[in-house]
Ligand binder design. Structure first.
Ligand code: PGA
Length: 222
């Protein structure tokens, strides 16, 4: 399965100019990358401009609203993103949920969230879905965070694949499961080799072109 590295810029950087610089540095850095899909999810305000800078990097949004159009101040629908040529969107990120405390290895929570998210997804479209496992307690901005290991990740990846195949059967062989939570150049290889996942979603590390490119190059070699 083709690996995928998705940079989640969150609410960064502060100006379009800085966004352009960061994006261009990544573009230069990934020259020659062929086997790895690269996606960047910047603030939606920057997408149109960044799209013009590179065809090699796909752009994604960090959230979408249900429905198509309507009286929902401040929201952007998946249809609007699609019509604007955007083919990726992060849905259900913990920073978008009103999430209460979760404990380490909470399988029930993952099962519930996954089933809720897949509600309405058909067998025909499941292969377009990428499932991200990202324990809140491992995110770089979480106070008192702790590291997730590739073992934690593998255990959850197997669990997720089982839930998917129970619901969709053989179709899920092509569904990519990825890991997020303090991904860096130091742990990327371990997660990709031993974590049972097909890609990574770095947040903080994606704001540094060198670090982000390093992660992409690790994925490319595996
Ligand atoms: P992090 O963020 O890599 O900075 O932990 C990942 C995320 O929350 O998407």
């Amino acid at each position: 399965m083709k690996k995928i590295i998705i940079g989640n810029w969150k609410m960064n950087p502060l100006t379009l100019k800085d966004a352009g610089k960061l994006f261009s540095s990544v573009t230069k850095g990934i020259y020659g990358i062929k086997k790895t899909d690269v996606v960047i999810c910047p603030p939606v305000l920057y997408i149109e401009r960044l799209k013009k800078l590179s065809k090699k990097i796909s752009l994604g949004a960090q959230d979408a609203f249900w429905g198509e159009v309507g009286p929902f101040t401040g929201q952007i629908s998946a249809h609007m993103l699609y019509n604007a040529g955007i083919r990726y969107v992060i849905l259900g990120h913990s920073e978008r949920r009103e999430l209460s405390e979760t404990s380490h290895g909470d399988f029930n929570l993952v099962k519930n969230q996954l089933e809720e998210c897949l509600n309405g997804v058909s067998k025909n479209s499941i292969s377009k879905v990428i499932v991200m496992y990202e324990p809140v307690w491992a995110i770089s901005s979480t106070a008192n965070r702790r590291d997730a290991t590739s073992g934690d990740c593998r255990e959850m990846a197997i669990f997720i694949r089982k839930i998917l195949s129970d619901k969709f059967g053989g179709e899920v062989a092509n569904v990519r499961i990825i890991y997020g939570g303090s991904v860096s150049g130091k742990n990327a290889e371990d997660f990709l080799k031993n974590g049972g996942v097909d890609g990574l979603l770095p947040g903080r590390a994606s704001l540094d072109a060198k670090k982000f490119v390093e992660i992409i190059k690790i994925a490319e070699k595996i």
